[in-house]
Design a protein around this ligand. Structure first.
Ligand code: ZN
Length: 404
């Protein structure tokens, strides 16, 4: 096993309310207030937005995708431009995923063995090799404030033997990730890049608990829960999250990967999650699904054609401060690209406001009251967009679509 990373003490918990926590994570690129939502900048850009737009939504940190950036423009080029944050002119920290999720979504285009995974690029079909050591080295070239260990992901419908094998290999790979990280990162600095390990385990609560307990034993800086929100029902997601999170060391930050619908955020923070990322808010926004306090609406619907008020009168985003619902409905129906920018700003600001409310409620000690009142009012999905959501989900499970 790798020797312990020097205690960077990057994470401070300022308030605890039930199992919910609020704190701050100190990174080379800046401080992240938690609970935190990370907008996804798949290819070093949050689609349709510039960094000023993203900052205006209240985001402290972005996520970048190793898979996409290693293929295009290449991690060596990003390194020459000073790392991903400098390359994209984002004045803040960036977390990079390991590339594992996208590679494992490629299904027919990849081959897994004990040492790593070989896959073909969705761009030009070229063969690439990704081992834990490669994933860490690429993330260091990208200049990640937080790197993720390479893990093995499975879907909700994966056979039991495959889920067990993914869990086992993820744990066997973890020390290799750690050793390479320790070789490349100067761990003597008080504020330094961090490495997070990932708990897998599929959809068996006992295996989830064992995976989390094993992860605790490794000197990683943060603890991530992976392999959820891959098509399972919501009650299963919550059950597996609960099983994963209960054994985790409370002093380290906990990151729930790929989960980000508003109701999921409230429920997961209630169980003690500190960080999230998800393409959902921006992806549904580009298709006209906009968040309101009452639930998600389809802004393209005819009933919004003549509405002479903002999408959400309480929202302080650019779209709501300056434009009517009728105008934004028109932009979507006319196919104007401004629609995608305004919709994405609004949805990320809606999520940003939820995170602000959660942090304040935890500090005041009335988180549970606010969670209940949010969930009572917020209807998860407008029936008009349910079909669209299914279509988008099917698309999102294909790696190529994470650029769409
Ligand atoms: Zn708004």
């Amino acid at each position: 096993m790798a020797s312990p990373l020097p205690r960077a003490q990057p994470f401070t918990i300022n308030a605890v309310d039930g199992r919910a926590r609020s704190g701050a994570l100190r990174l080379p690129g800046g401080v992240v207030r938690t609970p935190a939502f990370m907008p996804v900048g798949t290819q070093a850009a949050v689609k349709a937005l510039d960094p000023t737009d993203v900052r205006s939504t209240g985001a402290d940190i972005l996520l970048g995708n190793t898979y996409h950036l290693m293929l295009r423009p290449g991690s060596a080029l990003v390194e020459r431009f000073g790392g991903i944050a400098r390359f994209m002119s984002w004045d803040g920290p960036v977390l990079t995923d390991s590339g594992g999720f996208q590679v494992f979504s490629l299904a027919a285009r990849r081959k897994l063995d004990e040492d790593g995974v070989t896959f073909r690029s969705h761009i030009d079909g070229a063969a690439h090799r990704l081992r834990p050591e490669d994933a860490i080295a690429i993330q260091q070239q990208l200049g990640a404030d937080i790197s993720m260990a390479l893990d093995v992901c499975t879907g909700f419908d994966a056979p039991e033997t495959e889920q067990q094998a993914a869990h086992d290999l993820t744990l066997r790979w973890l020390p290799r990730n750690l050793l390479e990280f320790q070789r490349l990162v100067d761990t003597s600095n008080a504020i330094r890049p961090l490495l997070f390990g990932i708990c897998q385990g599929g959809f068996d609560a006992g295996r989830r608990e064992r995976s989390a307990a094993a992860l605790n034993d490794h000197p990683v800086d943060g603890l991530a829960i992976g392999g959820l929100s891959v098509g399972e029902p919501k009650d299963v997601l919550i059950e597996m999250l609960d099983a994963s999170i209960t054994p985790l060391d409370a002093s380290r930050p906990r990151y729930l990967m790929g989960v980000g619908s508003p109701e999921d955020l409230w429920n997961a923070v209630a169980l003690g999650v500190d960080m999230f990322d998800c393409v959902l808010p921006t992806r549904v926004a580009r298709h006209g699904g906009l968040y309101t306090q009452d639930g998600r609406i389809n802004i393209r619907a005819a009933r919004y054609r003549e509405v002479d008020e903002p999408i959400d009168p309480d929202c302080d985003c650019l779209a709501c401060q300056r434009f009517t619902t009728a105008y934004i409905n028109h932009l979507y129906r006319a196919g104007e690209i401004l629609a995608q920018r305004l919709g994405s700003i609004h949805n990320l600001r809606f999520i940003g406001r939820q995170m602000e409310e959660m942090r304040s409620a935890i500090q005041r000690g009335d988180f549970e009251d606010f969670r209940r009142s949010f969930l009572q009012r917020y209807a998860p999905v407008d029936p008009n967009v349910r079909h669209e959501q299914r279509r988008l989900y099917a698309a999102s499970t294909r790696a190529q679509d994470s650029t769409a």
